[in-house]
Design a protein around this ligand. Structure first.
Ligand code: HEM
Length: 478
């Protein structure tokens, strides 16, 4: 406890009194980045003091972008200036010294890692339709097993999003279910521990690193577990398991098989060593909880708006009939289901502050000079709530995306430019198919006390919703 208080006091001492520009917050500087209101707090600040908002963090400038125009200007139009990632002590510890796709700075090795991973994922995603059909069915079977009892869906959703990545990455050499469940818990805990203030403080105050830190010990233990799982899968693919599971090793149409060189058409491959290891890690860390919380937010909003549930279910019945199930290619035929997913990503982008970027040279955004080395934070949440772009920005209105002229370009849940999310197509397909399967099979209802989910926003790398329970009542056949 005493250590925590000391940490906080030191942190305050370092950043208190930092100033802010273009408007400029009156005091507090980068302390605002630790505010429990997270992206919403920064959004309110930007509306008061202007966009971009410049805060100071120790000796470094932090530029927060709060409109789609400023975010596109920096990350897409001037991508070469802002493609970097800031150096961080913690990121280096969890990524084998920065050999990481998501956290690594832009270098020739990183470019190759990103190109190969995107290529391998794009090829594996070609087999997505049967895979998501199977995974959507398995998810609904698990949900059916809960019966009428109110349940928290977080664990089921994270397990099935993680399993989807496992199937894409390893194909028929997929590890047993118990191992995948345990790995899923490891991935979720890792992000939770990393997000703790007592752990994040180590990035800001190097002097704290000499003190014992229980959170850091836990983080390193989780990194070891994560790495043991990924290493064993790579070995399993490499040693030649022809015959044991009736498939060639490595299977060429899996992400891992392609990255190991099984598919020579994948550009920039093969990968090896730490770059291969960290690329796989990133698919799991980047794609498990983000996609699962988006599904949870969709369920939370649909509990508040049962009429939208009924309309989506009616659309599914009308278009697919009694036996059809939604496929990734059906997005044009099921516009309301697609709009429901899109509106959820607008209101609650799972990575609300994306990942921090770093200015590689002196540049500017919206006419504001940005010195080399500045940290740039895209506030996607703020851009999605910009009243100049979105009518009634705080309301859940999927139908806004059915109207001609809807502001699609202002929607950036996956970022944009050279560091945009490599899993966007996969995540969109999963959300569409899984939510469609769930709404076909179940009516989502609050527990018997009528308690509806809390829709508040908190700080964190991933925008989690407060735990809630839902009753899944089977829909009668049409
Ligand atoms: C709803 C689900 C998802 C959302 C909202 C999301 C959002 C994002 C965002 C905002 C970024 C940062 C962009 C930036 O730096 O400006 C990102 C990066 C990334 N995402 Fe996703 N993501 C999702 C799912 C996935 C999936 C399924 C995967 C892979 C299986 C994935 C892998 C990655 C990776 C590897 C990066 C780092 C890219 C780089 O630094 O070059 N994400 N994602």
């Amino acid at each position: 406890m005493a250590v925590t208080i000391l940490l906080l006091l030191l942190l305050l001492a370092l950043i208190w009194g930092g100033s802010a520009r273009r408007g400029g917050a009156p005091w507090g500087g980068a302390l605002h980045l630790l505010h429990p209101g997270g992206p919403r707090h920064l959004h309110i600040l930007a509306r008061t003091y202007g966009d971009p908002l410049c805060l100071r963090l120790g000796g470094c400038e932090v530029v927060v972008l709060s409109s789609a125009a400023a975010i596109r200007e920096a990350l897409a139009r001037r991508w070469g200036d802002f493609v970097g990632r800031p150096h961080s002590y913690l990121a280096s510890l969890v990524s084998r010294g920065g050999q990481d796709l998501a956290l690594g700075d832009a270098s020739p090795e990183w470019r190759r890692q990103r190109g190969a991973t995107r290529g391998a994922l794009a090829r594996a995603v070609r087999h997505l339709e049967p895979l998501l059909e199977l995974q959507g069915w398995a998810l609904c079977q698990e949900l059916s097993s809960y019966g009428a009892a109110p349940v928290d869906l977080f664990e089921a959703f994270t397990f099935h999003t993680c399993s989807t990545i496992c199937r894409l990455a390893f194909g028929d050499l997929m590890p047993p279910e118990a191992e995948v469940r345990s790995f899923t818990r490891c991935v979720v805990e890792l992000l939770e521990v990393w997000g703790r203030a007592s752990v994040r403080a180590l990035d800001v105050l190097p002097s704290l690193r000499v003190l014992p830190n229980a959170g850091l010990r836990e983080l390193l233990r989780l990194v070891e577990r994560r790495d043991a799982f990924v290493e064993s899968q790579i070995r399993w693919h490499q040693v030649g398991n022809v015959g044991t599971q009736g498939c060639a090793s490595p299977p060429r149409d899996t992400v891992l098989g392609a990255l190991l060189g099984g598919d020579p058409t994948v550009p920039m491959g093969p990968l090896g060593g730490d770059r291969l290891h960290m690329a796989l890690v990133d698919l799991f860390i980047g794609g498990t909880e983000t996609t699962a919380v988006a599904l949870l937010w969709a369920v939370a909003f649909l509990l508040h708006h049962p009429q939208v549930q009924d309309q989506v279910r009616a659309e599914l019945r009308q278009v697919l009939g009694p036996r059809g199930t939604p496929k990734p290619g059906d997005m044009g035929r099921l516009p309301l289901l697609r709009a429901t997913v899109t509106e959820t990503l607008r209101l609650r982008p799972p990575a609300p502050l994306a990942l921090p970027h770093c200015a590689r040279r002196h540049s500017s955004i919206a006419g504001i000079p940005v010195p080399a080395g500045s940290i740039v934070i895209p506030n996607l949440f703020a851009a999605h709530h910009d009243p100049k772009i979105w009518d009634r920005p705080d309301e859940f209105l999927p139908e806004r995306f059915l109207q001609p002229g809807a502001p699609w370009r202002a929607l950036l849940p996956f970022g944009c430019g050279a560091r945009s999310c490599v899993g966007e197509a996969l995540a969109r397909a999963e959300l569409f198919v899984f939510l469609g399967h769930i709404l076909q099979r179940f009516r989502l209802e609050p527990p018997s006390d009528g308690a509806l989910p809390h829709l508040g926003v908190t700080a964190g790398t991933v925008l989690r919703c407060a735990p809630f329970r839902v009753r899944l009542t089977p829909c009668p056949p049409p």
